[in-house]
Design a protein around this ligand. Structure first.
Ligand SMILES: [Zn+2]
Length: 537
């Protein structure tokens, strides 16, 4: 007797093969039989005639660990068909926390717009990533989680925000990394663009990669630069991966800034050359021409080394603010400003610490209201929000997005958090990828533009990330696989979240099953939370 039968769906199995019509029977949370005319269930029967039945999507680059802890029922991911999220990305994980550097870590979270109340902060003391995520999952979540460990969090746990590491501090980071990997974490994530990980030297990263390799895990990297110095940043991570023979996952591959536009083929050729030379490198992409980040990135890192508040408190000094504005607009000798080569007025404010009415406004609109130059509006915003402002920045070309998407090694990711139009995140005006990344690839790029076929699009969301991670029992529709399944209408599936109205669930995602349990039914949430924490090994 089966627990559930999904009937007559067009099965796209995740391997890239064309669809076939069959029934799927589920028993004990796994796919137990695939065939025609299956009989014998007392449980659910789902009529999937005319719909696509695919493996649940694996979001290889997610930040939901920063949101689900406070609101475990946040639904923006599960409603896209995402059944497994890889969390702890860009160097940021919520644990381990060490008492000595606890304050420094909390300050860093704040700089990442991960805001907490005083009493929430007071409880922040998990000794390991697994301890933190076990507590999170116990509250009940919709999707499964696959943890990475964040390099920023490890570095702060061992060395605070020190610019240089002593050999003892580096040994401390390696030891923590080893412990986390042995406890079941799937890899290290690095955020080399951000302080304090930007201080990591090449030799130190090679040491960390040695620990990753010994544990047969992966290295996911937000590179040092994604704009004018992108190609040098790519060379750096490829060289490190080559030398240390580690599996490299480049996070959210993109070409920022006008001078890079049209160079996607050149970038992919560089990566293909590395692959031909034996470097084990893949990458992921979110399907948009704007990125999301902290506005604080517009202040040169060297200037905020002593703390954000220090820089901002001096901004009223005329001479100081003149040179600060210069640096923000044109960069410095050693640093590229993210404000170069973009239209500053078009930046959209998405999250703020204090004045919620600014969320959703553009820098251009705020500058007009305040009768200031855009760069001064940015400074005023940073000062009034105590440095904590998240923004969406239009910076990539559509053509480059499409060229990258078509490469066989490209996976689809959201780079977003699970959030919700209700509850704690109701006032958020996030990047639309939080709500729409996966249906957008299916609807806009596969069906609409025809730049990749549906079987290939689904492979990039399922078996490809699974094989990358070494996740053996998910990512395909096959006997014995976990019953993580998405059922969608191929004629209507589409994102509805826009930059103006980002908090809109997609259309056409009819059913989502996680570990055999129906979480989305005819487009609505069933109130079931079967998501698990998945350990490596
Ligand atoms: Zn990142």
């Amino acid at each position: 007797m089966f627990d559930c039968i999904i009937r007559n769906g067009n099965i796209i199995d995740g391997t890239g093969k064309p669809p076939f019509v069959a029934d799927i029977a589920i028993k004990d949370e796994t796919i137990s039989l695939i065939g025609r005319g299956l009989e014998g269930t007392e449980g659910n029967e789902i009529d999937a005639a005319g719909l696509v039945v695919a493996p649940g999507f694996i979001d290889i680059h997610s930040h939901s660990d920063l949101s689900l802890f406070f609101q475990p029922d946040a639904q923006s991911k599960i409603r896209q068909g995402v059944t497994t999220e890889v969390v702890g990305n860009c160097g940021v994980s919520c644990a381990p926390v060490r008492a000595q550097y606890r304050e420094a870590l909390l300050r860093q979270f704040e700089a990442n717009n991960f805001t907490m109340t005083v009493s929430e902060k007071a409880k922040w003391d998990w000794p390991s990533q697994m301890a933190f995520l076990n507590d999170l999952v116990q509250k009940g979540i919709s999707s499964n989680l696959i943890p990475l460990i964040g390099g920023m969090t490890l570095r702060i746990a061992s060395a605070g925000t020190n610019v240089t590491l002593t050999s003892q501090e580096l040994a401390g980071i390696k030891e923590l990394l080893n412990e986390e990997l042995r406890a079941g974490v799937w890899g290290l994530s690095s955020g080399l663009y951000y302080i304090p990980e930007s201080h990591f030297k090449r030799e130190e990263l090679i040491e960390l990669c040695g620990v990753i390799r010994e544990n047969n895990a992966i290295w996911a990297v937000h590179m040092r630069d994604e704009g004018q110095r992108l190609f040098a940043a790519v060379d750096e991570v490829i060289d490190i991966a080559h030398q240390s023979t580690v599996s490299l996952q480049i996070s959210h591959l993109k070409l920022e800034g006008k001078s890079n536009w049209g160079r996607a083929a050149e970038l992919l050729a560089r990566l293909d050359r590395a692959r031909a030379e034996g470097v084990d490198v893949h990458w992921d992409q979110y399907p948009y021409t704007a990125y999301g980040s902290g506005l604080i990135d517009a202040i040169p890192p060297a200037w905020r080394a002593q703390g954000v508040d220090q820089v901002l408190s001096r901004a009223s000094d005329r001479q100081f603010s003149d040179s600060l504005r210069q640096a923000m607009l044109h960069g410095t000798e050693t640093w590229r400003s993210p404000l170069e080569e973009i239209q500053i007025e078009k930046i959209i404010v998405t999250e703020v610490k204090n004045d919620l009415e600014y969320a959703g406004k553009t820098i251009g609109e705020l500058a007009a209201t305040w009768q200031r130059e855009p760069v001064d509006a940015i400074l005023r915003l940073l000062i009034t929000q105590e440095g904590s402002v998240k923004v969406v920045v239009p910076a990539m070309s559509e053509q480059d997005v499409e060229v990258i998407m078509q490469h066989p090694a490209t996976m689809i990711s959201s780079d977003g958090k699970a959030v919700s139009p209700q509850g704690r995140y109701a006032r958020l005006h996030p990047h639309p990828r939080y709500y729409g990344a996966f249906p957008r690839v299916l609807g806009r790029y596969a069906r609409g533009k025809g730049i990749l076929d549906l079987n290939e699009a689904i492979r990039k969301m399922t078996s490809l990330p699974a094989s990358r991670l070494g996740l053996k029992d998910r990512g395909m529709i096959a006997k014995g696989q976990a019953a993580d399944i998405v059922i969608f209408n191929p004629q209507t599936v589409m994102d509805r979240a826009t930059f103006q109205q980002p908090c809109r669930f997609p259309q056409g995602i009819e059913y989502v099953l996680v570990n055999g349990d129906v979480v989305i039914k005819k487009g609505g949430h069933t109130g079931r939370y079967p998501g698990r924490l998945l350990k490596r090994h």
